[in-house]
Design a protein around this ligand. Structure first.
Ligand SMILES: C=C(OP(=O)(O)O)C(=O)O
Length: 561
């Protein structure tokens, strides 16, 4: 028994112990058991039908348990298994004489590769879903959908899928994957279930036999085979502590996000789907601080029409009836350009969302029309991304006023995202005319520090860089001079080393992922606003983010449950 450590990249933290179970062992048999009596074409159809039905069953059972976000993911996977294009590609190969398993494998590869080639990180993750569906179809053909062992499992795969983590009748304590990204569905599900997930491990791990004990240790971002007794005890203890902590944080949901010296912070959620909107309300969000509207259109062939906007907006806004909803207009930026904008634009400054939208006033007006109508039962606010100048804000307002007048409804509050250095420089003018300001710390940090958003060093903690803090402080001062509220809706709002600084600088509101709401609320409730203000003042005089992180660690680390 050799002990070995496999380092990786953490996509979901925690410590867990369990027995290795590989979910995607290669099929070695050349002949298939007779799952179906028909030819290859029938086998393909039956395999995809069986997978679609299984995933739908899984989705229904998750929905019955109130796990809507996970249910939605399974439902989407089931639609992939029903996709005519995908099946068609496999059937075409079968027509040319290929056996069902090979036809499915090749069709799935081609389909997934075509999606991944769009060079968009979000779609690359959808390609992973297609491969998972393909793997399930192949498993079905090989008769390998039996129940998993009744033990605490550490799932291991070349590429873990969300459905692997959700399969009922098994206890998954952790998962390890050779490939996959931190934004994959598997990573989202792992984080929402509190299952530690390690990515980018050495593929040699795949050669280990099922059933051997394996430890996933977030502190070391590593998996360890044959852990010793001390490691085992520590892991079991950490697992129990994490479970108790999640329950304790949830106990505070009904309490306001207020510091010990009674400074109130408005705590909202960032959402894009109805499932996230439901999760936000369940976890006590005071409405939505950022509704991302562009995500459904990243693979869209043309500017979305009014009806296409409505199809995506109505379900999520219906969930949010009566709530504050800060809806951001389409934000097609360099790192998320749909095909109809990407040609020849890579890296070009024009790739930023707002100039593109203003160059298409009819497309822009269509989104306003849909928002006004779909959001009629919400407390709707509209937010413009990537604003660089007062002229841009005025152009947006004129268009919104025209659309609202046509519809015979009042013009909703119109605010801006501050995520460009130009907006920081023009903060005073912008604050005078915008109804509210929201700091997009993800982009602003990268813009100010010259980082690419896909750069692994572009972490939310980098918002503690004194240059970024200084920019945020300027925006807050300008906004408060004009009685405008400032929110932060980038990921830094939820980072333990940045939240106290944002509160200390004077941000009025934080908007975070629904999964982070309990933790951020509990953190706010254990901070003092006056301490945060002194801390922020000192941080602004420091030179590096490392110095600021140390400062926060020393004076402002509340002990959460
Ligand atoms: C919230 C932000 O926008 P995005 O949706 O691009 O992350 C941001 O940049 O901080």
């Amino acid at each position: 028994m050799t002990r070995r450590t496999y380092p990786g990249r953490l996509a979901s933290g925690g410590i867990a112990l369990g027995f290795l179970h590989r979910t995607d062992r290669p099929h070695t048999r050349t002949t298939l058991p007779h799952r179906t009596s028909g030819d290859a074409i029938h086998q393909i159809t039956d395999a995809f039908d069986a997978v679609a039905a299984r995933l739908l069953e899984l989705s229904t059972s998750l929905r019955e348990q109130g796990k809507d976000e996970q249910a939605d993911i399974m439902e989407v996977n089931s639609y992939i298994a029903q996709d005519h294009d995908l099946r068609g590609k496999a059937i075409e190969r079968a027509h040319h004489g290929q056996p069902a398993a090979i036809a499915i494998r090749q069709a799935v590869d081609t389909y997934a590769r075509a999606i991944a080639a769009l060079d968009d990180p979000t779609l690359a993750e959808r390609a992973a879903d297609v491969r998972q569906v393909g793997r399930r179809a192949l498993n079905w053909l090989h008769g390998e959908v039996g129940p998993a062992p009744d033990q605490p499992l550490v799932l291991v795969a070349h590429e873990i899928g969300a459905a692997d983590l959700l399969e009922p009748g098994q206890t998954v304590t952790a998962a390890i994957s050779v490939t996959g990204g931190p934004n994959s569905h598997a990573a989202i599900v792992a984080r929402s279930l509190g299952i530690p997930l390690l990515l980018a491990v050495d593929p040699q791990l795949l050669d280990l036999p099922d059933g051997q004990e394996i430890l996933l240790d977030a502190d070391r971002a590593a998996a360890v085979t044959h852990p010793d007794d001390d490691e085992r005890t520590r892991a079991l203890h950490a697992m129990e502590t994490a479970r108790t902590r999640r329950l304790a944080l949830a106990e505070e949901r009904h309490l306001p996000a207020e510091t010990l010296d009674e400074h109130r912070i408005v705590l909202r959620a960032n959402v894009a789907t109805p499932a996230e909107a439901r999760a936000a309300l369940t976890t006590g969000a005071e409405g939505v601080g950022l509704l991302r509207t562009e995500l459904p259109f990243l693979n869209h062939p043309a500017w979305p029409t009014r009806n296409q906007h409505a199809a995506t907006l109505v379900p999520v806004l219906r969930t949010l009836t009566g709530q504050v909803v800060t809806a951001r207009t389409l934000d097609f930026a360099d790192d998320k350009l749909p095909p109809f904008l990407s040609q020849g634009r890579k890296g070009a400054r024009l790739g930023r969302g707002l100039p593109l939208m203003l160059a298409q006033p009819e497309a822009f007006a269509d989104q306003f029309r849909s928002l006004l109508s779909a959001g009629a039962d919400t407390d709707l606010r509209i937010m413009i991304p990537m604003v660089a100048s007062i002229d841009e804000l005025r152009a947006c307002r004129r268009l919104l006023q025209t659309v609202a007048a046509e519809a015979g409804v009042p013009t909703p509050p119109l605010g801006i995202m501050v995520e460009l250095p130009e907006a920081v420089a023009a903060a005073d003018h912008l604050a005078r005319e915008a109804s509210f300001l929201s700091i997009g710390s993800n982009d602003l940090t990268c813009q100010l520090l010259g980082l690419d958003r896909r750069d692994p060093t572009a972490t939310p903690a980098m918002a503690a860089h004194p240059a970024v803090l200084d920019a945020i402080a300027r925006v807050v001062t300008a906004a408060h001079r004009h009685n405008r509220q400032v929110s932060v809706c980038g990921d830094a709002a939820a980072h333990p080393l940045v939240t106290p600084l944002l509160i200390g600088i004077g941000c009025d509101s934080l908007s975070v992922a629904p999964a982070a709401l309990d933790e951020v609320r509990a953190r706010i409730r254990r901070l003092r606003h006056d301490t945060c203000a002194s801390l922020a003042a000192v941080a602004l005089s420091r030179e590096t983010p490392e110095e600021v992180w140390r400062l926060v660690e020393q004076c402002c680390q509340p002990s959460l449950p």
